[in-house]
Design a protein around this ligand. Sequence first.
Ligand code: FAD
Length: 318
Amino acid sequence: MKVTEHIKKAKGKTLFSFEIIPPQKGRNIQELYDNIEPLMEFKPPFIDVTTSREEYVYIDKGQGLLDRKITRMRPGTVGICAAIKHKYNVDTIPHVLCGGFTKEETEYLLVDCHYLGIDNVMALRGDAMKHQQYFEAAEGGHTYAAELVHQMSDLNKGKYLHEVVESDYKTNFCIGVAGYPEKHLEAPSLNTDLKRLKEKVDAGANYVVTQMFFDNDKYFEFVEKAKQAGINVPIIPGIKPIAVKRHLQLLPQVFKIDIPETLIHEVEKCKDNHQVRQVGVEWAIKQSQELLKAGVPVLHYYSMGKSDNIKAIASQIF
Ligand code: FAD
């Protein structure tokens, strides 16, 4: 079922959902199941599965020589989506990236998703690879997420890249895109970024999931400005509980987001990361309670591999 249909069916009741990261290459899907299992009691109608960007790895060739190869350390997003969907009878949403894929590869991936009964896809550009200063599209790939949304919308109309399909075979994806309450790090201003978001919606995106934020006012202002910009699709808030002290530096550095002074102060007072995890949970509970009161369609949590903190939050909210 589509995310927009889940929201409609809930008739104003806020839904619970979360995002998981595929395990590293060679590891077992059981570790994902172990993390998902404790969250199923909160009845998520859908679960997102991220896609990792490629990165360089160095292979020891012996005699002190290193070979540099490009690889994706956490592949398997679509397969994992299919496995979870089948095991838990829940909708799963693969994150589909521009970065590292040609348009043809994307088309094959989307066709696979359709065969597997996946009704929702999240269209994302992806970040620059670690060694790059700026994002570079793959040769024959998309540069911006809006182009990827166009490709998905075309497929929904039965329009393939190379018009070789003779039937009127169409996909029927509900398309999600990313939004940034504190603007995307590369955007010159929030208004410009909102124009870009509007382009994604105009291209066919059906809902937005936000980047994490720690001050709900940023989300409320963003939703208001988005409405003024003519964006009328659901905007789902993304929430990440702080889990380690290092997040105080890492999150602003990587995502260019602000952390409120009060939260910084609470985290700095902690003696160990166990205490930090508790502070992160308490902050996320307060954020969730306020967002729930405001009637947000879904509370979407970034689980980053471990679910104990999401369970602690969800058990207070749902
Ligand atoms: P875009 O919408 O393409 O925007 C990227 C930048 O380009 C913005 O600054 C925008 O303002 C600008 N822009 C857009 N169009 C134009 C144009 N025509 N001309 C000039 N500038 C333009 N990353 C992963 O690698 N894997 C994931 O699974 C993943 N999941 C995510 C889930 C969510 C909910 C969010 C919020 C982010 C996720 N990301 C993921 C991170 C995302 O890939 C990065 O934030 C990336 O840098 C931007 O992606 P985007 O889809 O927002 O890009």
